[in-house]
Design a protein around this ligand. Sequence first.
Ligand code: GH3
Ligand code: MG
Ligand code: MG
Length: 339
Amino acid sequence: MIPRPPDESLRLAALHDYMLLDTQADDEFDLLTELAAELCGVPYSFVSLVDADRVWFKSRHGSHAVQMPRDEDYCAWSILEADGLNIPDLTADPRTASLRATTGGPRYRMYSGVNLVNADGYRVGVLCVLDTQVRNLTPNQQHLLRRLARQVVALMELRLKERGLQEALAQVSRLANEDELTGLRNRRAWMAEARSQLLLARRLGSTLSMLMLDVDHFKKINDTHGHPAGDAVLRGLGQLLERSLRKTDVAGRLGGEEFAVLLPGSEVYGAARVAENLRQLVADEPLRDGERSLQVTVSIGVANIAVVQPDDDLDALMRAADQALYTAKQTGRNRVAMA
Ligand code: GH3
Ligand code: MG
Ligand code: MG
């Protein structure tokens, strides 16, 4: 077995922080191994990441190997040395003479590796070149290989920063589009989706319906059971909508205790059936959210694009649905009305 360095666990943590293991091939890394092989005049070059039990190749030039057992790889020896490892004849060195890649396989004869060292000094991997002939690199080739190794580390740092940036952007986009309480689309995101669905329906000559849904006497729930209980009802309603609607339907929370649903491809009667089904689901069973469970009812207004002019915008359709909702409230609540 090849010895492990004394800082092995911190070294591994440093390697894993880069989140590079088992990632896709990357042209920029491949350019660096290609250059390394070219400048050193050898057939093989690798960006080797020395993991707990394996050496995984972020890039390889001249080989199809994906990884090697750590105890079979020269790079596991290289990270034990401060200055990397230069072995002009692998058969003549007791560390490498009996390794499988020396005795069989590619029958490597020369290895030269420069450690990839992170800012904290951990040797996370190696940029190495190999040849099947016994030979020495010139001092200039060794110098260039060291410079390329620094480029590899810089690229690893860059990829890590890009990853952080992407995650931050995804987080911002979540915050901008998601209603925090229910996880549904917020008003802005729902309206953006509604606008594009409306355009699409008109372009394709297909139909589109909309539900506007409002909890009945919600103020009373807050007043009687407290604001957190009111929040629980809203979360429960959000879950019920997610559960009961089709994948192509789009639910959102417009604000307060008002929700909206887009039903692409639904005629007004189909949409009214969906609305009636939702109304009944809510009325039949208390909404659950964790420990809490409260009985509420909802009123729903239904509108279809057929009720607005072909060049009317989204607001007109929402007004029609809102008007129908108002009718449902006026005529007794816990009911569905159509525009
Ligand atoms: P109606 O049947 O006519 O719809 O009566 P309502 O009481 O539901 O209507 P109203 O619009 O008077 O009351 C809505 C209440 O919703 C008032 C407000 O305090 C409460 N509310 C708005 N947003 C939230 C929220 O995020 N959480 C909770 N718990 N309550 C909210
Ligand atoms: Mg209400
Ligand atoms: Mg309301």
